[in-house]
Ligand binder design. Sequence first.
Ligand SMILES: NC(=O)c1ccc[n+]([C@@H]2O[C@H](COP(=O)([O-])OP(=O)(O)OC[C@H]3O[C@@H](n4cnc5c(N)ncnc54)[C@H](O)[C@@H]3O)[C@@H](O)[C@H]2O)c1
Length: 259
Amino acid sequence: MQLEHHTALITGGGSGIGRATALRFAGEGAAVAVFDRHETAARAVAGEIEAAGGRAMPLQGDVTDLVSLEGAVAATHERFGPVSVLVANAAISEGDDPLTISEETWDRTVNIVLKGVFLSAKAVLPGMIESGRGAIVTISSVNGQTGIGEEPYSAAKAGVINLTQNLATRYGPKGIRANCIAPGTVQTPIWHERVDRDPAVFERIARWYPLGRVGQPEDIASAALFLASDEAAWITGAVLNVDGGLMAGIPHFGTELTG
Ligand SMILES: NC(=O)c1ccc[n+]([C@@H]2O[C@H](COP(=O)([O-])OP(=O)(O)OC[C@H]3O[C@@H](n4cnc5c(N)ncnc54)[C@H](O)[C@@H]3O)[C@@H](O)[C@H]2O)c1
């Protein structure tokens, strides 16, 4: 049980990577607060955890709203004790070419993807500082590390990396670790619309991955578990690519070079 005596708040816990992480953490003994803007999704995941004998509570709220986050942290504390782990995972993926997207699309995306992490950290930090321990795991993306389109999302994900590094240096002396996971393509509902338009998308994308497949939510949950647990006690400010090797190199460029 790697997370016994821990209470975890997982934003966007109602779907995809957040859901898999909530289930995994609960299986490792953590009490889990499943925070999501979709109440039914949060309820369903908390219900799954309880049905498996774990401890969980659903919390409806929005990561762009500090009041709802602070309320969630207080409710979690009251039920399970102080929040010792935050997984700042909630995000949307909208917008692409700056020439065609609106300012509203830019603002909405950056607000959820980047400001949402800032506000989530802001809500949990006072309690973590008071108890002298905490692990924050943020979810960025390979999009935050190189130019592969989706500009508002990608720029915000790059910001998540820097914010995590600053959380690590600023709050390390208070016993708080902050690390970032940068996933590659993971088969989750965030892709539903694109898969509807283009059913072969995963099959095509998989060819770019040295490990020959796209990721599953559980691949990311395992990394989040490691970074949240005491196994990572001396790791902070790290960016862990969990991407089947996508960012390891550009093999097609190498092929061109060698002919
Ligand atoms: N799936 C991928 O290919 C992929 C790749 C790299 C990074 N990521 C990142 O992983 C994280 C999880 O994504 P996913 O693929 O599981 O997506 P998902 O759509 O399955 O889950 C995201 C969850 O976040 C919730 N959410 C969205 N906006 C919110 C808000 N304002 N407040 C509260 N909750 C909100 C949604 O309701 C949903 O339950 C995101 O940060 C995403 O950017 C995903």
